[in-house]
Design a protein around this ligand. Sequence first.
Ligand code: URP
Ligand code: ZN
Ligand code: ZN
Length: 456
Amino acid sequence: MNKILFKGGWVVSSRGLKKNDVLVSGDKIITVGRHLSVDAEVVDVSGKLLFPGFIDAHTHFDLEVSDTVTSDDFSSGTKSALAGGVTTVVDFATQNKGETLSEALNNWHVKAFAKSSCDYAFHMAVSDLREDVIEELPAMFEQGVTSFKVYMTYPAMILSDKEIYELLSELKKLGGIVGCHCENAGLIDGIRGELEQKGDLSPRFHPISRPSSAEAEAIHRYARIAEAVDCPVIVVHLSSEAGLEEIRRARKRGAKIYVETCPHYLLLEDSVYEKDFDESAKFVCSPPIRKHNDRKALWNAVRSGEIQTVSTDHCSFTSLQKRAGQYDFRLIPNGMPGVETRSILMYTYGVKKKRITVGRMCELLCENPSKLYGMFPKKGIIKAGSDADIVVFDPHSHGVITKENQHSSCGYTPYEGVKVSGEVERVYLRGELVFSDGEIIKENTGRYVSRGKPEL
Ligand code: URP
Ligand code: ZN
Ligand code: ZN
């Protein structure tokens, strides 16, 4: 069995940094300790940080939506992931109305199989909760799908409060967890109608049409439904201070709510919508980019532990695809790329700016998503017995994010020209070097990760 000894690096975990060598045999980590000396290929990682492979638990690759399909499929999307040090993505298998969950899951296996360069798992996004769909839930668990997503908005995806209640009740019995896209659809529709009447249909009106009150109201409702069922839930892509306040209130009442946010809500402000169409359309995502106070509140919550995980909601469209909404922002396909830039942005604007420690970064990007989504300790930690997914991270490097150095197929990055500290230098996926110095070394070796129950 091929053995690799990583010597002289700083191993990162939620507890911080520890100077340790790491011995890998085949696809597993076998020893973590001081001054290891064995017959193995030695990789000198002196002065480098060794992170567990990052997990991005919120991607949309090869998703058909808004009469188009995301520009990144599992081929380009997972290469982009590796370049960001992401060795596991949890993508959203998405049920179209009329489909069974088995059909949806099979569709996503076909999209990902033999095309993925990092490991992958699936949540199941449920859009059509029929009796036969409820009966399929145990089969999802048998196939390693233990987390689900529901939407409180988007006509193609929305579930009623009653349906959300029923799904949570069933999943409580099975031990699964449900993430929710929380936005009040009626409020958004009402505002959109008014904007249409006034002819206010440029991207500048996108954030106005989806106010933080729409997010806060939906979070409140979701929390109350979860409390009625008495089960833990996840709020995905939290974007606002108003939403965070609802989470605090619900937790005070005793609700068990986990929260995810994304780098774009931590780093960008709504002035991004004041530019010309092509530029502002890049930032049309839902929930929209918010204001300075929201950003500040979210960073504080990331630091304090009120937010458990930072994923990306990578959902990329080219500028040409975004032009579908040139005369009406409602037709712009929603979403942004992000899987490649998350680690470097969190290191630069989190760790280097002293908003979070490097241990907290590891908790947010590795350990917590692994536990929340039933992959711990196989993924998300550098420990004997875990998969040898290792990111060699150079903390001393400096660079600039540009579209030319990205691997996504969308043709731009929302962070063009942003200066960054640190670099994902090398990535090992289950013991194999798959990314080095900006290049994908080995492609299509990603495997499906069948997940256990969430560890909460
Ligand atoms: O704009 C977004 N976020 N698109 C992706 C789908 C979703 O709501 O997560
Ligand atoms: Zn969503
Ligand atoms: Zn999403």
